[in-house]
Ligand binder design. Sequence first.
Ligand code: TYD
Length: 138
Amino acid sequence: MNVLNLAQMLEFQQRGDDRGHLVIVEGQQDIPFDIKRIFYIYGSDHDVVRGQHANRESEFVLINVAGTSKVKVKDGKGNEAIFSLTRPHTGIYLPKMIWKDMYDFSEDSVLLCLASTHYDPNEYIRDYDEFVKIINEQ
Ligand code: TYD
């Protein structure tokens, strides 16, 4: 299956009552991996493009818990898709070996990233040409 078909929007349980909202994301239940790491990105200017890498091992779920942003994904074979993160109870699942750019951050954007791995800089592919080469060798 093409890696772009694996990237998909997820909708999480929202438990709202008169005290406010509560969104639940459980590893292996609401998302397809155990959560080993979280990080979050905020304070990125509107014209900043983050990400710009693929990961050999890591899978991610990205959630704009506040504000909005966009995620562009590429398969390295000329196909791409753009997802808008606009609600705190939706996220995007990103499989391994997919190129990703995060951009169009609103001023109040807080982008929560759930990862399937601990951080290992060696599993990051930060050169797009190298990514395309690896994809076409597979
Ligand atoms: P980077 O991967 O460039 O962030 P993004 O993909 O969101 O644009 O990471 C920025 C810096 O933070 C870089 O020096 C690596 C470091 N970093 C960690 O040490 N651990 C992590 O889990 C992540 C995501 C980044």
